[in-house]
Design a protein. Structure first.
Lengths: 859, 233
């Protein structure tokens, strides 16, 4: 540092900053005309993220506030396959008021000649149910009376879907298990509906006593019992949980309390929210392209001012600070608008949104969500504005007077370091807040790579267009040449358009292709090799007759059966499951009870990846075969031990082998297969998969309905439709997100078209002077925008499909196929959108008389 | 008269402005015959450039009759006016108005291409050589100096062999020496192509080179003088 520099730094830094601030404010007095697109781009992205964050927070708050209603109690103890023992029940009664609920899947059928059956999620309740909240019936009646035994029949209430499907009227008789129930009303509100696991059918409520009488709670049938506790207000629920665990260490029970009433939903909402925030970030990045373009455009317009300031002695750093402050102030305004629209909009529309959500939500203003969205907005603005602003530090006044602007200047190393730091901070923040850092980082990396690719393509397109314009193609086609020239000339926004449109359409293309592939897996690939039915709860003595009856039914092909029990993994290598260090991806395996079977031989198609299968007549200590992927995620390898609680009895088995399973076949498959001796004597039922033609499905249901009332048939086709429908809704949510990205992209396009508008006005005037008709001028304008849009669409399709391929191949583990319709729509959509943005600004140049335009130019 | 190229009868031009209507031209009457070279002079705001715009069909007169190249301009629509310029007029501006996204040769070829001329680039190339820019054909306007840009503009204006060449302060943005060179070219090429020249200028010396000088003030023609040798003739 020279002596003069040091003197200036010491004496003038504060003064220079004040001067920069004064300049910034003076410059902004002129209004925000040049910053509309800047504001729009930033506000759209921030609003999207703020809205997603606010909705997620509202649902989480709703779940927490309604925790005990959703859970049905302050705490809930779930047992699998059995009711509580007398000791357990005594403990519960001592802890507070108790309600016992039994949950199972079963077939409900009408009586009479033309009997119809449907799968239902049956809940048996006692007199104490519900401890919290209220059950509402269509006729306004009380649940107790509706399910009570009257004239020899227990009562039943059902969800509307089932009532409509079976055409039920009050008083109709229904078969459930071996019992006959009387339909007494439509269930319109079930307070603890969200707490249940995945329902395979509509809800039916009956009295547990009635259920017991119908034989559905016999040994070996698959049911869960849930004990809800209403505790004294000051009760320490965590201590209570520990106390239950200490009292009944082998219970295999799952404990939930009101603070975490619906962990599945909470997790799902959190994941979906995080995913949608990532989509929102893509929108913000697209907006960032617009921000960068707006800053460059602004600086270009300000060249005379900047030149004057520098001539008058303002140091480069001061000028930089003055414009950084302006951009910062405008970015803050854009962020505030975004937060007001996103956060405020959600808060205002709260009641409307709440009505449409299947879960409780407490709408309001959530500062954390807004702060996060604001930080994202400011960081994005910094990332995209610093580069063009850094030119101010490099440029010499003489260059300004020559009319240079800084679009291609590489910032100095210090500024590059600041940019790199901002990028890393941004990525770290996204990763930390997403809840799924690996996926978030991959998404950011994808967006970054896509931006780099699009920038390179934009550059090459500009170069190529300029070359084509000069080549034989441009000869004698002045309007084509003009179009290509406009794409190719420096400063025409080609790179910005390709980046914004390419990124927006690419996100849409990726989501569209992933969605199309997922739908294809479910609709086309799976059912081809999938069974028609899963039969559950086949009692051992029924196994052979059911098989025989199925064999006799026309259209029924293969029938596979396996013994079926359910068990909870309680220990891994002697460490309690809750304390074991495992890959979070496999947490679901430990979360609840899982199907367990036993077999002497490995199942068809299973491939062992480690260890060996046991001999058919093995009679040593219990062995278990575990699924390869989840086994490894749990840290298991042959020789390790796990403890599984089956029917409350702990079985410790040594892992004999790991095996690979293709779940997409939907055949019978279990996470754990035990050696037969391990489960000898345990009461169990059998599960069967029935492969049958569609025409055989009704006869199979009829046969089961007549002779095997306890056997539950899950129609695969129906479940696939349910899953497909749920996926469709998810897809719709994601598409809305993608649309936000595209909308921001459109704002950037309009910005680029607006920036080009003045040039087009001049061009049109000159062309008119030279004798061009308006039609040809319009044609040329349309051609350039459509051409550029189509190119951006094509690149978007390329990288979007690449991203979709990655997701399909590595996340969904499936084969990727390009959906041609969606692909074509992306390219055509690109051309159309850019054409639209271009045409918005084409009318003025065509309308204006050349004299007026040229007079302005002549000054 | 059969060789009358321009005929103005009581032409007026009023433009709207935020402060109210402004009368730019009033009661202009003018006849120019083929082959004439007319210089228009007058102080700023006298209406010189507006008159030139009206002659080129770039501005529509709000009153009177404007007949140029045998066409009644007020009766033609925008596209017909464009075609008239394309085939029979050339215009040179003070600020050149080259198309920034096109190279020099493309700029010159454009009016010829618009007219569907197969030899557009050959003629453009030879014109650029004539104005001394044969080596600059592939350069964009931004890569050319002011004098070079004006020479390209001149070549472009003359490319369709126009009967009427309109020039609006063609040397206004150029230094003296460069301006002189452009002027030499302008007169030389106009004579070579047998084009009638109407030129607006601030420079009396330049106006003097024209056979006829029109002086304007306050939107009207205050004098119309022919050079003495021409008058004597």
């Amino acid at each position: 540092m020279s002596v003069a520099d040091a003197g200036e730094a010491a004496s003038g830094q504060g003064g220079m900053l004040r001067f920069a601030w004064a300049v910034a404010l003076r410059e902004l007095r002129g209004g925000l005309a040049g910053f509309r697109i800047f504001l729009l781009c930033l506000a759209l992205g921030v609003a999207g993220i703020a809205a997603v964050g606010s909705i997620t927070a509202a649902i989480q708050a709703g779940l927490a506030a309604e925790g005990r209603t959703i859970l049905g109690g302050d705490a809930s103890i779930t047992l699998t396959y059995r009711l509580a023992s007398d000791e357990e029940r005594a403990w519960m009664d001592a802890a507070g008021d108790v309600s016992e609920v039994v949950d199972l899947r079963s077939m409900v059928g009408t009586t009479g000649a033309e009997s119809e059956r449907a799968l239902a999620q049956v809940k048996g309740v006692d007199g104490a149910y519900p401890l919290y909240g209220e059950v509402q019936l269509g006729d306004g009646g009380a649940l107790d009376e509706a399910v009570a035994e009257r004239d020899g029949h227990w009562g039943l209430v059902a969800e509307g879907v089932l009532v409509d499907r079976l055409g039920l009227k009050p008083g109709d008789k229904l078969r459930l298990g071996t019992g006959t129930f009387e339909y007494r009303g439509r269930l319109t509100q079930e307070p603890d509906a969200a707490a249940g696991g995945m329902a395979l059918g509509p809800r039916v409520l009956v009295a547990t006593e009635g259920l017991r009488a119908s034989g559905l709670l016999g040994p070996g049938t698959l049911f869960e019992s849930l004990y809800r506790l209403r505790t004294a207000p000051a009760t320490d629920l965590d201590a209570l949980e520990v106390s239950f665990g200490d009292a009944f260490p082998e219970a295999g029970a799952r404990w939930l309390d009101r603070a975490n009433a619906a962990p599945g939903i909470a997790r799902f909402v959190e994941r979906l929210g995080a995913f949608l925030v990532l989509v929102g970030l893509a929108a913000l990045v697209v907006g960032g392209v617009g921000v960068g373009a707006a800053v460059r455009g602004y600086l270009t317009r300000k060249v005379p001012t900047i030149a004057a300031l520098r001539t008058l002695g303002a140091p480069a750093g001061t000028v930089f600070a003055a414009y950084l402050m302006q951009v910062g102030l405008i970015a803050a305004l854009g962020v505030l608008i975004g937060l007001a629209v996103g956060g405020g909009g959600v808060a205002l529309a709260g009641p409307w949104i709440a009505e449409r959500l299947p879960v409780p939500a407490a709408f309001g203003v959530y500062p954390t969500a807004l702060i996060i969205a604001g930080i994202y907005g400011m960081l994005t603005a910094a990332l995209f504005a610093l580069w063009p602003l850094s030119w101010l530090r490099e440029v010499r006044p003489a260059a300004l007077f020559r009319g240079e602007d800084g679009r291609d200047t590489l910032p100095r190393p210090g500024m590059l370091a600041v940019l790199a730091g901002t990028t890393i901070g941004f990525a770290a923040l996204v990763a930390a807040l997403s809840g799924a850092p690996k996926i978030a980082l991959w998404v950011l990396l994808g967006i970054g790579a896509a931006l780099a690719l699009l920038r390179a393509v934009g550059f090459l397109v500009a170069r190529g267009a300029a070359r084509l314009a000069r080549g034989p193609l441009g000869r004698r086609r002045p309007m084509l040449r003009l179009a290509l020239g406009a794409i190719g000339a420096p400063g025409t926004g080609t790179v910005d358009v390709v980046m914004a449109l390419g990124l927006g359409l690419g996100v849409l293309a990726a989501i569209g292709q992933v969605d199309a592939n997922m739908q294809r897996f479910i609709k086309a690939e799976l059912p081809a090799g999938a069974p028609a039915f899963f039969l559950v709860d086949i009692q051992p003595h029924q196994l052979d007759p059911v098989r025989a009856a199925l064999d006799e039914t026309e259209g029924v092909g293969r029938v596979d059966t396996a013994p079926m029990l359910r068990g909870v993994i309680t220990e891994l290598e002697g460490v309690p499951a809750a304390e074991a260090e495992i890959d979070p991806e496999a947490a679901w395996v430990l979360r609840g009870d899982r199907g367990v079977t036993y077999a002497a031989e490995p199942p068809d198609g299973a491939v062992l990846t480690a260890g060996e299968w046991w001999p058919a007549d093995y009679d040593g200590p219990p062995l278990v075969s575990f699924i390869d992927e989840e086994g490894r995620q749990l840290g298991l390898e042959p020789g390790d031990s796990i403890t599984v609680s089956v029917l409350g009895r702990p079985i410790t088995a040594t892992v004999a082998n790991l095996r690979v399973v293709d779940w997409r076949g939907l055949g019978i498959n279990f996470i754990m297969i035990l050696s037969p001796n391990a489960l000898a004597g345990a009461p169990h039922t059998h599960i069967a998969t029935v492969y049958a033609e569609a025409a055989a499905e009704a006869p199979v249901l009829r046969m089961l309905g007549q002779e095997y009332l306890n056997v539950t048939a899950v129609r695969v086709r129906e479940q696939i439709e349910r899953v497909s429908g749920a996926l469709g809704k998810l897809g719709a949510a994601t598409r809305w997100g993608a649309l936000a990205v595209l909308l921001t992209g459109l704002a950037v396009l309009i910005g680029a078209a607006g920036a080009a508008a003045e040039r087009q006005v001049r061009e049109a005037a000159v062309l008119k002077v030279l004798g061009a008709e308006r039609r040809s001028i319009l044609g040329s304008f349309a051609l350039r925008t459509a051409l550029l849009g189509a190119i951006a669409g094509f690149v978007a399709l390329l990288w979007g499909s690449l991203a979709a391929w990655g997701v399909t191949r590595f996340v969904l583990d499936g084969d990727f196929a390009l959906a041609p319709g969606a692909a074509l729509a992306v390219v055509a959509g690109g051309a159309f959108l850019n054409l639209l943005a271009g045409l918005v600004f084409a009318a003025r140049p065509l309308r204006l008389r050349p004299a007026g335009v040229l007079r302005m130019q002549e000054g | 008269m059969s060789d009358t190229l321009i005929s103005l009868e009581d032409v007026g031009l009023t433009l709207a402005s935020p402060a109210g209507d402004v009368e730019i031209l009033r009661g202009i009457g003018l006849e120019v015959v083929a082959g004439e070279q007319v210089g228009i002079v007058g102080p700023s705001g006298s209406g010189k450039s507006s008159l030139l715009m009206v002659l080129g069909g770039l501005e529509r007169a709000t009153s009177g009759r404007v007949t140029v190249l045998g066409e009644e301009l007020t009766a033609l629509d925008e596209d017909a006016l464009a075609r008239l310029r394309r085939d029979r007029m050339g215009v040179v501006f003070q600020s050149f108005h080259l198309i920034p996204t096109m190279t020099a040769i493309e700029n010159v070829a454009t009016p010829l291409e618009l007219a569907g001329r197969a030899d557009a680039f050959d003629r453009a190339s030879s014109l650029l050589k004539e104005v001394g820019l044969g080596h600059r054909e592939g350069h964009y306007p931004a890569q050319l100096s002011g004098g070079e840009q004006q020479r390209v503009a001149l070549a472009r204006a003359l490319a369709p062999r126009p009967q009427l060449l309109l020039a609006d302060e063609p040397t206004g943005n150029l230094d003296g020496r460069t301006g002189d060179a452009v002027v030499e070219l302008l007169f030389g090429l106009a004579a070579e192509e047998e084009a009638t020249l109407v030129m607006v200028t601030h420079a009396p010396a330049l106006a003097e080179r024209c056979g006829r000088v029109l002086s304007m003030a306050d939107g009207g023609v205050v004098s119309d003088e022919r050079a003495t040798w021409e008058a004597a003739e």
